[in-house]
Write a protein that binds this ligand. Structure first.
Ligand code: AFP
Length: 314
């Protein structure tokens, strides 16, 4: 199907009968991703002297990505954002201090540029958004607080994958400047043949070592780029498992629950997959603090269930 025949994001959201403010919010964030993609290309071309979109001196790209997302949200007129949390910020910030509390139905947690250490090697990196109803630290498990999640990949193609609880759908940013539908209702294969091991082998627990050894014995192939969002996408499309485990020196692992793990756990469950910390589902965890980290095993059901057996010493 040609680009011009495909459904664009805003039409798709409307057809899915998604709440008006949530539709506007997803569209607003997708627009920010377009600007981030533009700034990444400028930076890769060495065009760092020029000022960025907002007339500021060139910032580190992850800080710039954070700035773009916040600025575009602050320009929003039709709704308010309750909490805004970012990997680039110490604390929750109030994007719309002057808006009515009533208009602030949603909060956002974001990893503005996941994999930013890969920029200089021109590998695929991305942005991860979690959209929460009410406060981000709500005292509720992620399953009862997340209403949507989205990730954008800045790779050979700029793509956007989202779910608002009605399936997982992928869009591609086309030459005409639209997010056009590429695939609807994506389902992760029940079983795959790829794995991402996470961390350094010397820091692995015995349980994790035994799990990885088993996968290697079975002929699974390693796919580990250093960007969670890209490696996750590979598992979503091909089947398999991404893990960043509990390490001997970091029992909570490295990745952040609110900005990275819960959003992608929301998406993988919508696609028929699983996400666990080895003991409980990621979406059943009640986040206690903004930068809470967790071990993660996420992907096809078969491999995640096998991982749980090893981590629990079964
Ligand atoms: P950066 O955003 O600092 O590049 O870190 C990326 C990341 O948070 C996640 O996207 C990767 O899966 C993970 O770190 C890679 O960590 P290691 O460098 O320890 O393998």
């Amino acid at each position: 199907m040609e680009y011009y025949e495909r459904t664009v994001l805003r039409t798709h959201l409307s057809n899915k009968n998604i709440d008006h403010d949530l539709r506007r919010l997803i569209s607003n964030l997708s627009k920010s991703a377009q600007y981030i993609a533009f700034e990444i290309k400028k930076s890769l071309r060495g065009d760092t002297e020029n000022q960025n979109t907002y007339g500021e001196i060139q910032l580190k790209l992850d800080v710039l990505a954070d700035t773009i997302i916040k600025k575009r949200l602050s320009l929003e007129t039709s709704f308010g954002v309750k909490d805004f949390a970012s990997e680039e910020q110490e604390n929750i910030i109030n994007i719309h201090p002057d808006k009515e509390e009533m208009s602030k139905k949603y909060s956002i947690a974001v990893d503005p540029l996941d994999g930013s250490s890969l920029i200089k090697s021109n590998l695929t990196i991305g942005t991860i958004f979690g959209i929460y109803s009410g406060s981000i630290i709500s005292g509720k498990p992620g399953r009862d607080n997340l209403v949507a999640a989205m990730y954008v990949m800045y790779g050979p193609e700029t793509t956007l994958v989202y779910s608002a609880g009605k399936g997982v759908h992928e869009f591609i940013f086309d030459p005409a400047g639209n997010w056009t539908l590429k695939s609807e209702n994506i389902i992760i294969p029940e079983k795959g043949k790829l794995f991402a091991p996470g961390g350094l082998r010397k820091d692995w627990t015995d349980e994790h070592k035994k799990f990885i050894n088993d996968l290697e014995e079975q002929g699974y192939k390693i796919r580990y780029s250093g960007a969670f969002v890209s490696d996750f996408n590979a598992m979503l499309k091909n089947g398999g498992i991404f893990t960043y485990p509990a390490l001997i020196n970091k029992p909570q692992g490295k990745l952040r629950l609110l900005m990275e793990l819960q959003p992608l756990a929301f998406i993988v469950e919508q696609a028929g997959g699983m996400a666990t910390n080895g003991l409980e589902n990621i979406l059943d965890i009640i986040p206690k603090k903004l930068d809470q980290r967790s071990p993660i095993y996420i992907g096809s059901k078969h491999e995640v269930q096998l991982a749980k057996k090893y981590i629990n010493g079964e």
